[in-house]
Design a protein around this ligand. Structure first.
Ligand SMILES: Nc1ncnc2c1ncn2[C@@H]1O[C@H](COP(=O)(O)OP(=O)(O)OP(=O)(O)O)[C@@H](O)[C@H]1O
Ligand SMILES: [Mg+2]
Length: 230
């Protein structure tokens, strides 16, 4: 059974159709990437999965239909989202931001795990979030999503606005998450290298439609095709 199954999903803002019959799934221990340019509908797809957007079609999590469930109910089932633009509480410390992501009050073990992935954050635990660098803020946003020990981690452009060296640091951390947890990951990205480095499968989303899909063996040719499709 797949962990996530999205079938013929349509999403609307008012009357505008943004996602056109999008189907995508994530299997056990898999990382799946959605690669697409600005405005393709990547954020809309992740928001749809957590119930923040009006949709038609099917979204199943561990075989269970999520239709009609509120965002907090979906999150309680084990879905975490690391949103576009980090969305930290700027005047709270890094550690208090992390604690907000936990599903329970006593979350010292989760905190230690996040610090093992991001030792940088441990050093800065008492700094207020807005003083942290862009890379550290992204680490904190990912760390906060991990605090709930999700079964499915949704990541919205973790590379956004970061210098290459910070992007590669984030990539290595995500690889560690893949190795050390049982979390499935659905990542949406514009950074083609990051998407292909991390994912078992890549789907190309353009103007609300999945136009190409590839597995590990076809990734190289898919990478070439992506630039042709843009
Ligand atoms: N709240 C909204 N109301 C109306 N239209 C919206 C809203 N949010 C996004 N859109 C439109 O939906 C389309 C898809 O937007 P979305 O944010 O999902 O794209 P994206 O792939 O995440 O882009 P980016 O890479 O810039 O983050 C765009 O045309 C955008 O203008
Ligand atoms: Mg987006």
């Amino acid at each position: 059974m797949k962990v996530l199954e999205v079938e013929n999903l349509r999403a609307y803002y008012e009357k505008a159709l943004i996602l056109r019959d999008v189907s995508v799934d994530v299997g056990k221990r898999e990382t799946v990437a959605i690669l697409g340019p600005n405005g393709a509908g990547k954020t809309t797809l992740l928001k749809s999965i957590v119930g923040l957007v009006k949709t038609e079609g099917k979204i199943k999590f561990n075989g269970e239909d999520l239709t009609g469930l509120k965002p907090h109910e979906r999150i309680r089932k084990g879905i975490s989202i690391c949103q576009e633009g980090r969305r930290l509480f700027p005047d709270m410390t890094i550690e208090d931001n992390l604690r907000l992501g936990a599903a329970r009050k006593d979350c010292d073990d989760e905190l230690e795990f996040v610090y093992s992935i991001f030792p940088e954050l441990k050093k800065r635990r008492n700094h207020i979030a807005k003083m942290a660098s862009g890379g550290e803020q992204q680490m904190a946003a990912i760390g906060r999503a991990l605090m709930a020990k999700p079964k499915l981690l949704l990541m919205d452009e973790p590379s956004m606005g970061l210098a290459p060296i910070a992007i590669w640091r984030i990539r290595d951390a995500i690889k560690k998450i893949q190795k050390e947890t049982e979390t499935q990951i659905l990542i949406v990205e514009q950074n083609i290298r990051l998407a292909f480095d991390l994912a078992d499968r890549v789907n190309i989303l353009i103007k609300g439609e999945i136009v190409e899909r590839g597995t590990a063996d076809s990734l190289k040719s898919l990478e070439k095709r992506y630039f042709e499709l843009l």
